[in-house]
Design a protein around this ligand. Structure first.
Ligand SMILES: [Zn+2]
Length: 281
């Protein structure tokens, strides 16, 4: 019952923001804000709504980005846009994927190439080639990328590869030495497999309790230039490059996706809190 009430409230809030035009207006007024989207898997049908986005939905989302945003490779967004103020009429956006499943190669890459959208894939190296994925679910079968698929994926001009540890642990629960092995190990393996610099990292799980200030420091020491969390918000040019927020994308209707990535929730939450204070001082 509680879940149904939450769903109704969610549709109501998203609907009000979308159909009033507020989320589109917000997007147009915040072209200086940076958005990084986080995907996991692209599926052929609706399966696990938290991890899978069906192909047709993903294609429509990429077409929306092409029309209303400036899709950039994540490395370019953090190097260039942060130094030079963004003066375009559309906000920049970067697309990322976490973990390392075979659908990246078979389903995501063809759509990214078709819509000409660059993306960063954060690979958990321990799973490459062994058929297993970090969190197997019998209802949503998915296999890990093979080594050959990873090499072919990385060869695409639309793709950059980042580290996501060796075994997908909660880094905050490990001692510094083991943490460093997980963080640096995936960078070293990926650069030797792909013969290129690997400069971007994503924290497994990515919530505030899954990494510490010490983890951020270890990521920097390991040679990465930036790292992503799952702190769900847009951000400005002065954000810590070792804790970049990302918006997680779920299997949701296109209009909900538009509201989510507009960033309007960053301020709606502040507005609700202010309103609460005003009504109930
Ligand atoms: Zn992950």
């Amino acid at each position: 019952m509680k879940r149904i009430a939450f769903q109704i409230a969610k549709y109501f809030v998203f609907g009000a923001l979308y159909f009033s035009g507020l989320s589109a207006l917000y997007r147009l007024c915040t072209t200086q804000r940076l958005r990084i989207l986080c995907y996991h898997r692209i599926s052929t049908h609706a399966s696990d709504p938290l991890l899978d986005v069906p192909m047709e939905r993903f294609r429509a989302q990429m077409q929306h980005l092409k029309r209303h945003y400036i899709p950039l490779p994540l490395s370019l967004m953090i190097d260039h846009v942060r130094r030079t103020p963004h003066r375009k009429d559309k906000p920049p956006v970067a697309v990322t994927f976490d973990d390392g499943t075979t659908d990246w190669f078979t389903r995501a890459m063809p759509i990214l190439e078709e819509t000409q959208i660059p993306a960063t894939f954060f690979v958990c190296t321990g799973y490459i080639g062994n058929g297993l994925i970090p969190y197997p679910n019998p209802h949503t079968p998915a296999t890990a990328l093979s080594y050959d698929e990873l090499v072919k994926l990385a060869a695409s001009s639309f793709v950059e590869i980042g580290g996501h540890t060796l075994t997908h642990p909660h880094l905050s629960e490990l001692d510094a030495k083991t943490s460093y092995k997980e963080i640096e190990g995936s960078r070293a393996l990926l650069s030797s497999w792909l013969k290129r610099e690997v400069a971007l990292f994503a924290y497994p799980f990515g919530d505030a309790q899954d990494y510490t200030n010490e983890t951020l420091e270890l990521v920097r020491e390991a040679g990465y230039r930036a790292a992503c969390t799952l702190d769900e918000r847009t951000f400005g040019p002065h954000e810590d490059p070792y804790a970049l927020p990302r918006l997680v994308i779920f299997d949701e209707p296109l209009w909900m996706f538009k509201v989510r990535i507009s960033g309007v929730f960053d301020d709606v939450l502040v507005f609700i809190l202010l309103l609460k204070k005003f009504i109930n001082p």
